[in-house]
Design a protein around this ligand. Structure first.
Ligand SMILES: Cc1ncc(COP(=O)(O)O)c(C=O)c1O
Length: 361
């Protein structure tokens, strides 16, 4: 069986060290925030070349907190792509803001710049692009569209740890806030839930530090109406260890992606376009007859993923919000997308087998 992803294999070299660290946490009763979280925040801000990083409970909360810190009037408009994971839009709705869905490009599945332009209004307060599948949006170009208007940019980078835009800028350089998830299957994943917000703005940092911890910076001093969204000390210890392998693993993903791009040769299978410095969280192909490709993969013992079978406008929970709206490219991608294994620990022979099986479809 070729696995879709294998976190046990990825982390095997760290297991003993991690178990040693766990014992330290037990001894010190060190479980919430603490030094390991501080260290990870520093290490992650260095890694992303951002001034500040704040750990939180998960990527969904990272988005929620990034929007909350802006303190926007109710129903302010947030422009967001129709093709993303549900969390991006939940964070908007749960802040009493209004999601304005826009379509993505058919080739790279990233938010369409012309659709942003079309949907800008006097109520637009935030643009929330998603660095989907590890591809990176060019925020510089979005900034050109905004010009001098007071519109914030928040990046959903849950799938793009370590990504850079086409100009070589780290994610977060040109946006106000960038949000990460450490869900186990991510490029940097922990053993439970975890998230992070990065920013270069001290004002946001100082407030999010409080918001994620029940509104307090010091114990029992509650300055803000906050939430309980803290990163666990144990997860932070693990993430500190795993962060050291992230660059190497992202490079392995890139090598597998290059191999797929070069060798998958089948008219029935289209490969999506990745930005220059993508980190290949998923390797997505588009296929008309997905059901039969799935059968073919299953017969050949190859695991796969679908990210995602429905665009946001088709989800029942949002049915009132986006009734009768159509997003042609997002719907096209959702009906055809299939993610191939791109685990950094895949063997060359396994990657070759995936290609062979795809080419024989
Ligand atoms: C694009 C995107 N946004 C947000 C999230 C939410 O992250 P989490 O699962 O950590 O809440 C995820 C991950 O699942 C994601 O892929």
């Amino acid at each position: 069986m070729i696995k879709f992803y294998d976190i046990n294999k990825q982390d095997k070299h760290l297991h003993n060290t991690f178990i040693g660290l766990l014992r330290k946490h037990f001894k010190k009763s060190d479980f919430i925030l603490g030094q390991s979280v501080k260290n990870f925040e520093i290490n992650f801000s260095n890694f992303t070349k951002s001034k500040f990083a704040v750990g939180c409970a998960n990527g969904t909360d990272a988005l929620y907190l990034a929007l909350k810190v802006l303190n926007l009037p109710k129903n302010s408009e947030v422009i967001v792509p129709a093709m993303t994971w549900v969390s991006t839009v939940l964070a908007i709705v749960n802040n009493n803001l209004k999601p304005i869905l826009v379509d993505v490009n058919k080739d790279d599945c990233l938010i369409s710049l012309s659709e942003i332009k079309k949907n800008l209004s006097s109520k637009t307060k935030v643009i929330l692009p998603v660095n989907l599948y590890g591809g990176v949006v060019n925020i510089k170009e979005i900034k050109n569209i905004i010009k001098n208007k007071k519109i914030f940019i928040i990046e959903d980078s849950a799938q793009a740890h370590g990504g850079k835009d086409n100009f070589g800028n780290n994610i977060g350089k040109h946006s106000d806030l960038s949000c990460y998830s450490f869900y186990p299957g991510k490029n940097l994943g922990c053993y439970g839930d975890g998230g992070m917000i990065t920013t270069n703005k001290n004002k946001f940092y100082q407030k999010i530090i409080k918001l994620r911890n029940l509104g307090q910076k010091r114990k029992n001093i509650h300055d803000e109406i906050g939430v309980n969204s803290r990163l666990d000390s144990i997860q932070a210890s693990l993430l500190n260890l795993k962060l050291k392998s992230l660059k190497k693993f992202n490079l392995k993903r890139k090598n597998i992606a290059n191999f797929y791009k070069k060798n998958i040769k089948n008219n029935k299978i289209n490969i999506i376009k990745y930005s220059k410095n993508a980190v290949y969280h998923q390797y997505v192909v588009l296929v008309k007859n997905r059901k039969s490709l799935i059968k073919h993969l299953e017969k050949n013992q190859i695991q796969y993923g679908i990210h995602y079978p429905n665009p946001i406008n088709k989800l029942k929970c949002f049915s009132k919000l986006f009734k009768n709206k159509k997003f042609v490219n997002s719907e096209y991608i959702a009906s055809r997308c299939l993610s191939l294994p791109i685990d950094p620990v895949l063997k060359k022979s396994e990657v070759k087998k995936v290609v062979k099986v795809l080419n024989s479809f």
